[in-house]
Ligand binder design. Structure first.
Ligand code: CU
Length: 154
């Protein structure tokens, strides 16, 4: 089985289990989540702004594959707060957790605010492909170009 095919099969299994859970009220989603949680995570690093105060994401173009588990390391090295907002993308993923400071947050996450000089890790599995927009919703930042693109392909 080639890699792409395996991912497709995995994504279908996940969707099927999620659907079964909905229809039968059983723990299909729970089973899927358990299996997905065991995959080693692919590390991805994104900085929100930089020390010089640039209103940009570094990098501003992200690619993920459905069915793979990612650990998105977000950092804000600047002296002002920034948001990582990608609501449509977040609707199509399974969020395992967000680790921020000494707190681990479970459940659906749609938006993260990173205060100056902070870091967070978002562990998730994309479930459906698509092209999504990313932006910082601090007033004026989107307009200044603090936007990005997230592509889930496969
Ligand atoms: Cu910003």
């Amino acid at each position: 089985m080639n890699h792409g095919f395996r991912q497709t099969v995995l994504a279908l299994v996940v969707v099927t289990l999620l659907t079964m859970g909905t229809i039968f009220g059983c723990s299909g989603a729970g089973i899927a989540a358990t299996n997905l949680a065991k995959q080693p995570a692919v590390d991805v690093y994104v900085a929100l702004g930089n020390e010089a105060g640039a209103l940009q994401f570094f990098p501003d173009d992200l690619q993920f594959e459905p069915g793979r588990r990612y650990n998105l390391h977000l950092s804000n090295p600047s002296d002002q707060k920034h948001y990582f907002t990608a609501k449509d993308f977040a609707d199509g993923i399974w969020s395992q957790k967000v680790d921020a400071g000494n707190v681990e947050i479970k459940g659906a996450i749609h938006e993260l605010e990173l205060r100056a000089n902070t870091e967070a890790e978002w562990v998730f599995v994309p479930l459906r492909s698509g092209i999504y927009s990313l932006r910082c919703t601090v007033p004026g930042h989107t307009e200044a170009g603090m936007v990005g693109r997230i592509e889930v392909v496969g």
